[in-house]
Design a protein around this ligand. Structure first.
Ligand SMILES: [Zn+2]
Ligand SMILES: [Zn+2]
Length: 263
């Protein structure tokens, strides 16, 4: 039996398990565990948008707002023109992403995508969005996607596009080789792990791309995707993630950050 067939069978088995689990274990809020929905009204309202103390270019948290953080200063020609996280990685968002990614609670995607839509109200997104030709998620390798049954970034991006009325382009960027999990790797190792892992369709030539992912960790994966898009002739790449770590620059190695992300 081929790897692809095994992955497909695993994916389909997981799909039926999800349906069975929903029947026997009805939804509980990912924030407070109250029964009735995956995200109750009070937890939904308690979600905190990213603070204003960020680097204006990459969106990473800083001690105070700055036009250019040390990391952006060292990489002035990075392929991502502008990046932002919609919310802080805590509380119901942290729980929600975990359940969406590992708990197969795909019903969370439209609930969480609302925060991506809300982020577009903050300047300069209203101006930038005039130029965006398509929204594309950070892809999973086909084999991993079949195994999990879905790509959480794709579900988020799709729900985001449906809610905001944006053009969804799920195939503009593809993962052309499998990569190891980024968990436990420092920033340099993450960068090496995803180098050349992505390829963009020729269709992106002359287009402005908005990349969507669930969590901004070191930005290595997003940067690799953006590099692929720019190599294929994209005009510009912006990035929007659902959340990001709170105190990124306290931990330049990224190692403790992973521990903070271990759920
Ligand atoms: Zn709740
Ligand atoms: Zn920066």
């Amino acid at each position: 039996m081929s790897n692809a067939t095994i992955a497909r069978l695993r994916g389909s088995f997981a799909h039926w398990c999800t349906i069975a689990l929903d029947l026997f274990f009805p939804p509980r809020c990912v924030g407070c565990r109250q029964a009735g929905s995956w995200l109750c009204d009070s937890c939904a309202q308690a979600v905190e948008p990213t603070s204003e103390r960020i680097c204006e270019r990459c969106g990473r948290q800083q001690a105070e707002r700055t036009a250019c953080c040390p990391r952006c200063l060292h990489e002035p020609d990075g392929p991502i023109r502008f990046a932002r996280a919609a919310t802080q990685h805590q509380g119901p968002i942290r729980g929600g992403i975990h359940h969406l990614k590992y708990g197969r609670v795909t019903a969370l995607a439209p609930l969480l995508a609302r925060y991506l839509v809300a982020a577009l109200e903050r300047p300069p997104w209203p101006l930038l969005m005039r130029y965006v030709d398509g929204v594309t998620p950070v892809p999973l390798h086909d084999l991993r996607r079949r195994e999990r049954g879905y790509n959480q970034a794709e579900l988020l991006a799709q729900a985001f596009c449906e809610q905001a009325g944006l053009p969804f382009q799920p195939n503009w960027i593809r993962r052309q080789r499998m990569t190891h999990s980024q968990v436990g790797l420092n920033a340099q190792e993450r960068k090496a792990n995803v180098a050349d892992a992505f390829r963009a369709e020729p269709l992106v030539q002359g287009r402005t791309v908005l990349l969507v992912d669930d969590v901004y960790t070191t930005g290595a994966t997003l940067t690799a995707c953006a590099t692929a898009a720019m190599d294929a002739g994209a005009t510009a790449v912006f990035a929007l993630t659902l959340s990001a770590a709170q105190k990124f620059d306290d931990d330049p190695s990224g190692v403790d950050l992973d521990r903070a992300f271990a759920l």
